[in-house]
Design a protein around this ligand. Structure first.
Ligand code: UD1
Ligand code: CA
Length: 434
């Protein structure tokens, strides 16, 4: 491994979530907590990540399977954070560079402060550098003790604090950078710290310092970065923090969002400049929206959907796994699932694709410049050719896909002769439509 590397602790169950799944697999803005922390570590510049798994190990592994440069180490019994880190030793054998240690239940960690931490450790070459944070309410965190000169003394866990120590607002977010050989050396000297016989990682910096190695703690993280998730309430807080960051970034990049409080955009979504999102709209999952689109109010754009430039999605529209071509309008109350729609199409109010045949999802293909009438139903699999029109209330069936330049009406939808073509020119009833 080139390094620096990150070790992310994720072996705990998280009892207070009252969940069958491991805590780190709960999602924040569309992605699991562990995925967010892994992304933050790579974003900060690590070459490799070792995830420590234990409770629900197979699920955590599966959720990250196939991610390049992610390795796993198993902690058989949850004997504390110090023991958890030790589990990574075999995977990192032969590596002697900096090791950043993070915890998997702090999903709002940003890569910026972590990169700063790695950078400072690199330039100072200290044995251990800790990022700390000053928070309004330190409850639950280990506190940072410093001497009268401000130099780091040690970390003290909440339950071991005197009332004076408990009042300290500088806390340990569990973001450390250790030089690998000294990390392993210090962990050998950590002794069980509590009645449960847990090995505390928080003892390692003090051990190194007492042996004459340089240890520093610097305030680098914002309170929002270090929100640790133990309960569903914390999960909702993390969601609010991350959601606001996602929307702020989109606005920085030129997207208009009228009401951030009622708008939700997934952490994986991409949205082009000059797109306008009206209130109460949801972009959920891996979705790409082009430039100059209009979305909502009350629109739901779901995973696997790609909107080209200049697309308008009206009120109460639901779209999933679909591609919508440039300049197409999807009017209010429409539903499109598993549908490819061409350019400059109008999908009328209440038109829907019936994309589920009772067993499988089926595809619908709509060509360019098509008009789909209000309240029509396209029963998939089916297709509508370029420049065709589907009358209001028509039901297009799989047996009768609509060819190009054709107007269909009725149930089931059938072609009718037209007196004018799409350009308003009279049509010769003897000639087949072009
Ligand atoms: C830890 C720190 C505390 C810090 C806080 C928030 C210790 C002793 N205390 O406390 O100073 O303020 O995090 O960052 O480190 N884990 C394992 N294996 C174990 C135990 C824990 O993988 O045997 C994992 C958990 O899954 C979790 C992380 O380590 O992701 C932190 O463990 P947790 O029990 O939440 O520690 P805290 O009590 O919050
Ligand atoms: Ca915690």
């Amino acid at each position: 491994m080139i390094g620096p590397v990150a070790v992310i602790l994720a072996a705990g169950q998280g009892k207070r979530m009252k969940s069958d799944k491991p805590k780190v697999l709960h999602e924040v803005c569309g992605q699991s907590m562990i995925r967010h922390v892994v992304n933050a570590a790579f974003g900060a510049g690590v070459s490799d990540v070792v995830v420590i798994v234990g409770q629900g190990a197979e699920h955590v592994r599966a959720s990250l399977a196939g991610t390049p440069n992610v390795h796993f180490a198993t902690q058989e019994r949850q004997l504390g954070t110090g023991d958890a880190v030790k589990s990574a030793k075999a995977v990192l054998s032969g590596y002697d560079g900096p090791v950043m240690i993070l915890v998997g239940d702090e999903p709002c960690l940003r890569s910026g402060p972590l990169a700063e931490l790695l950078e400072k450790q690199k330039s100072s070459q200290v044995a251990c550098l800790m990022g700390t944070s000053i928070v309004p309410d330190p409850t639950g965190y280990g506190r940072i003790l410093r001497d009268t000169t401000g130099a780091f003394l040690r970390i003290i866990e909440q339950k071991d604090c005197t009332p004076e120590q408990a009042a300290i607002t500088e806390v340990n977010p569990s973001c450390y950078v250790f030089m690998a050989p000294l990390l392993w050396e210090s962990l050998e000297e950590v002794i069980p710290s509590n009645a449960q016989g847990e090995f505390y990682l928080t003892d390692a910096p003090e051990i190194l310092q007492k042996k004459g190695h340089e240890v520093q703690a610097i305030v680098t993280l914002e309170p929002d970065d270090i929100l640790g998730i133990n309960t569903r309430q914390h999960l909702a807080e993390a969601h609010a923090i991350m959601s606001r960051r996602i929307l702020d970034k989109l606005m920085d990049d030129g997207v208009t969002i009228f009401d951030p409080k009622s708008t939700y955009v997934d952490s994986r979504a991409k949205i082009g400049a000059d797109t306008v999102i009206y209130p109460f709209s949801v972009v959920d999952g891996e979705v790409t929206v082009g430039k100059n689109c209009r979305i909502g109010p009350f629109a739901l754009i779901r995973h696997g959907t790609v909107l080209a430039d200049g697309v308008e999605i009206g009120a109460f529209v639901d779209i999933v796994r679909s591609g919508i071509g440039e300049g197409t309008l999807v009017r209010h109350l429409a539903y499109l699932g598993d549908t490819e729609v061409g350019k400059r199409v109008t999908v009328g109010a209440g038109a829907i694709t019936a994309n589920f045949d009772g067993r499988h999802k089926q595809q619908t293909k709509i060509g360019d410049q098509v008009t789909i009438g209000a309240g029509s139903v396209l029963v998939a699999p089916t297709s509508i050719g370029d420049r065709s029109k589907v009358g209001a209330g028509a039901v297009v069936t799989p047996a009768r896909p609509v060819p190009p330049d054709t107007t269909v009406v009725g149930v089931p939808a059938q072609p009718i002769a037209r007196s004018k073509d799409n350009d308003g020119r009279p049509v010769d009833p003897e000639q087949p439509p072009r």
